[in-house]
Design a protein around this ligand. Sequence first.
Ligand code: GDD
Ligand code: MN
Length: 370
Amino acid sequence: MTLRSEEDLLLPARLSIIVPCYNEAENVAPMVAALSRVLAEEYWEVIFVDDNSPDGTSARVSDIAKNDPRVRVVRRVGRRGLSSAVIEGFLSSSATYVAVMDGDLQHDESVLPKMLAALDAGSQMVVGSRHVEGGDNAGLAGHWRHLLSDTGIRAAQVVLPHPLTDPMSGFFVMRRDLFTATLPKLSGTGFKILLDLVMSVPKETRITEVPFVFRPRVAGESKLDVVVLLQFATMLLDKLTHGWLPTRFLAFALVGLVGVIVNVAVMQLARVSGMDFSQSQLIGTAVAILTNFLLNNRLTYHDRRLKGARMWRGFALFAAVCSVGVFANIGVARMVLHDLGHGHWDRASAAGAVIGVVWNYAVSSTLIWR
Ligand code: GDD
Ligand code: MN
């Protein structure tokens, strides 16, 4: 812990580094040490935003903060969510520049000086990229994850008003005044804070990219990347519907659509392997319900995620709710078909599906993921 002089303690930070964390206790001290090393010439502070992690992340930060005024912790109780944690970190800063970094050492802190130099040179936002010359995605495990990551990025590039090679990186620095001006436009419930910001800042904003190497995680566990694409599709839908429907409902409906595809695919597979129609239908439905539950738990209700015994209890309830939904679906479809639709089966099944999704959503939101 070397501060350049006693007087330095009285000077305000020029840079706040926001580190959202959940169960990162083992990574706190190495993170502070790494920042101290690369930012020796800078006036900085680090703000860990911890959602009351059971592993005691907050206490670790407080221990270090006792002897180092550059270290702070914002501890949120009763809430979860990466985006909202980052936003609250921003709001607790008074610095000119704000950086956002993961708390698991996957984001390479040694590029921070370069990012700050770009801000000093007139950029308003600097994004760390794994996909420009010199960057690397080594820390992403597996071929499947790479494919998903690349597809997500390509999809993002279609709608982004700013050409970015890596809009999902999650590692960036920006002027705090730009953030403050953009805050009212943020979707808030957004899953990807960087995407949300880049979509919301004025078109003429000066954004530059700096390459970095995404390191593998050493301690703690990561979240699945399978949901990245769905997260993005939700955001896209949100943009297309101009925020008319709740983001959570859009995510839920999208997961439902994936469920339909899973259902049909599994059913076909079961048919091919010799099962009769009702057996195949049963298996297809069961697998779809399980996939939907897991995806909703990871994506739609990301911030209220169920774990352990509570998860299995939630699953049992979800399966029951979905079964009722299936009957409601069939019932409404029949009714529309016979009484209103005069034989239009497409309209009938669409009406049934809408009622089914609304029912499942209403009950899931109030009873399962409260
Ligand atoms: N406060 C808070 N609340 N922090 C959270 C929460 C939460 O609910 N969920 C995750 N975090 C913290 C983690 O502790 C970590 O510091 C950081 O957010 C990123 O979470 P990881 O679980 O490590 O995510 P990842 O490695 O899969 O994803 C990272 O890389 C992606 C690119 O592949 C993130 O940087 C993503 O934003 C990025 O898209
Ligand atoms: Mn990570």
